[in-house]
Design a protein around this ligand. Structure first.
Ligand SMILES: [Zn+2]
Length: 278
């Protein structure tokens, strides 16, 4: 694999990556890799406020993702502007855009949702995981969207797709995020429109639409404790790691995934290998 890598994190909504992958994304930036976020929608349904304007919320969430990417040291986000909640109905358009940007950026590694995760209810998460996987496996075929090649792009093949935890498959990569955990917390807090919806978890009785400075501080502290608990739990997959994020990485071939050996060993009942700590 060539280095530095170009990594594309593909999300449905602006805050999708921060909880599960911001520690790894920050680490990759520090290692010299280029990290992009491609976000299918503006997340303009993401409120429980009946008086909210979708347009204003979309603008606010675009800005939140831009701040989060700046915080982790990534590139300015690529916003596809598909309708929030209805990505399934736009699957073909999403696939074309993802193939286009994988070719344009010459993406080596794709990070996204596991579309086969049981009990995933959000249709946008399922569709984004599916189309990002398809785009990774099929962007190498020059007769697929030949107009991209006519525009001067080359057919490319990313090497891997990393599904963010929780995944249906046992994680095979554990990223030690001890050195990047604080940045992860700061990047999560950039998504204030969404964090405020969680106010009741951390500041019982608070009104999310009018938090005081003290309640904001309580909320930030509660979010950090929550993220730390999650990272410590994941780290138990790979001791002596203390704070971690977990992924299931699939190698990519032309038109398929290539983890055949791992899959056949599993089918034969062989005990799983421990995850690779990176
Ligand atoms: Zn989401």
């Amino acid at each position: 694999m060539r280095t530095p890598l170009t990594i594309a994190a593909v999300y449905a909504h602006p805050d999708d990556g921060e909880f599960f992958a911001a520690g790894a994304l920050t680490k990759w930036v520090k290692q010299g890799h280029k990290v992009h976020a491609i976000c299918a929608t503006r997340g303009d349904l993401g409120t429980r406020d009946r008086g909210a304007s979708g347009e204003a919320l979309g603008r606010a969430r675009d800005a939140e993702l831009a701040r989060a990417m700046e915080t982790i040291g990534g590139e300015p986000p690529i916003l596809l502007g598909l309708p929030d909640g209805f990505v399934r109905e736009s699957a073909a358009a999403l696939k074309e855009r993802l193939v286009y940007f994988f070719r344009k950026l010459k993406v080596d590694r794709v990070l996204t949702f596991d579309p086969w995760k049981p009990y995933e209810i959000h249709p946008d998460h399922i569709e984004v995981g599916r189309m990002a996987s398809e785009a990774a496996c099929f962007s190498c075929f020059p007769l697929l969207y030949p107009e991209h090649l006519a525009q001067g792009l080359d057919a490319v093949q990313p090497s891997e797709v990393w599904f963010m935890g929780p995944t249906v498959h046992r994680p095979n990569r554990v990223v030690d995020i001890a050195a990047t955990f604080d940045t992860k917390v700061r990047s999560v807090l950039c998504h204030s429109s969404q964090i405020e919806m969680l106010a009741a978890w951390f500041v019982p009785g608070a009104d999310p639409s009018s938090l005081t400075a003290e309640q904001h501080a309580q909320l930030a502290g509660g979010a950090k404790t929550f993220l730390e608990g999650m990272a410590r739990g994941v780290a138990m997959l790979a001791p002596p790691t203390e704070l971690a994020e977990a992924f299931f990485a699939q190698r990519v071939g032309p038109g398929h995934f290539e983890n055949y050996q791992e899959m056949f060993m599993e089918m034969a009942g062989a005990p799983p290998s421990p995850p690779e700590v990176c």
